[in-house]
Design a protein around this ligand. Sequence first.
Ligand code: PMP
Length: 378
Amino acid sequence: MPNPEKFPFREMTVTLEGGKKLTLSKETLSAGLQYGPSHGYLPFRNQLKRMVEQWHAPPRWAESDLIVTVGNQDGISKALDMLLDPEDFIVVPDPCYSDFLCMLSSLAPQIVAVSVDDQGMRPDILQSALEKAISSGSTGIPKALYLVPNSCNPTGTNMGEERRQEIYAIAQQYDLIILEDDPYCFLQFNDKYLPSFLSMDVDGRVLRFDSFSKVVSSGLRIGFVTGPPPLLQGITLHMQASCICPPMLSQVLIHELLTSWGDEGFKKHISDICQFYKEQRDAMIQALKTHLTGICEWIVPEGGIFVWLKVLHLSDTSAMLLERGAKGDIVLVPGREFMVDSTKPSPYMRAAYSCVTPEEMMKGMENLAKLIQKEIEL
Ligand code: PMP
C-alpha cells in the first residue's frame, strides 16, 4: 500500500441537497483514499447487510453473504464469467436489457429466449423452452436465469407476486441459479414493494444485484450482490484479479451518507425521488395520449424510468429512429437493440422520461407522431 499521508487530499466535505454538510473524518478519508478489501469496505457491508435484512428478510439469511461491486453491471458480468462455460444454457427474457446481451456475446452460451407479457417472462413459455433445450441433445447444462423483476429495462413492467413464485418453482425444477437484477426496486410509485426472489429463496439459488445508481449517483459506481457465499467468493476473486476492490471513496461516501440519513432519511429520500419520477411518468403518459393515441400502444409503468412503445402499423422502428429520428432530435432506442435475435424486425421502441421536461416530452411526442406518420406513408 502507498502511504496515504502522501496523497494530496487533506479534507473532504460535500454539501447535500438542503444545505447539510457531510464531512469525512481524517480516518474515514484515509480509508477512502486507500486500497480496501475486495468484497467491500467493512462498515459499509455491515450497513448494507442490515438494509437487506430489513427489506428482504431472506429465509436463508444465516447462510447468505453480501459483497460490494462496481454497480450492477460489474456484479452481473463477473457472475456470468464465474457461472457460464461455453455451451451452457442461460435463460433470458426477450426483449432483454441490451447490455446484458452484450455481456453474453463473449461467453457464447446457448441462450434460451423467453417471450414476455405485461408481467415479464411467461412461465408457460419458460417451461416449454427449457424442455425443448434439454431434449435437444446438447451437452450444455441449464445454469442460470436472468431477469429484471421491477420496472424492467426495456419494457417498464413489474412482475406480479404469483408470477415470481411460478418462475421460482420452475428454477427449482431445472436447478437454475436466478440472477435477480433489480436496480429500479426503489423507484416504485405505489408504495408497494413486491417480494424479491431473494426473499423467497429457500434453496440458495438466488444472486440478487442491487445498485445505488438510480437513487444516489450512477457515477459513484456502487452496487452490491447478496447470495450464497460460494458464489460470492467467485465474484470476489474476480474483483481481486480485475480491479482489486470497488472504489473506496465511493463506498465511504455512500456509507457516511446513509449513516447521516438513518433509515427514515433514506426512506424520505426515496419517497421524494419517486414523487419526481411519478410526475415525469404522468407527463410522459399525457404526452403519449395527446399525440400517439391510435398510433402506438403502451403499458403505463408503475415505477422506473422507461415506457415501451409499440408502433401499430410499422414492422420495424430501427431505420426510422436511427436514420431519420436522430436528425430531428428524437432519441428513442429501437426495440431491436433489446431482442435476443437483433436481425429480426421489431415494432417497439423505448422512451425514457427521466431527464426531459414535460414541455420537451409534449414536443418530442408530437414530432415522433409526425415521424411515424411519414414512415408509414413511405
Ligand atoms: N441492469 C439494468 C436492468 C439496468 O437498466 C442498468 C442501468 N442501465 C444496469 C443493470 C447497470 O446498473 P449499474 O449502474 O448499477 O451498473
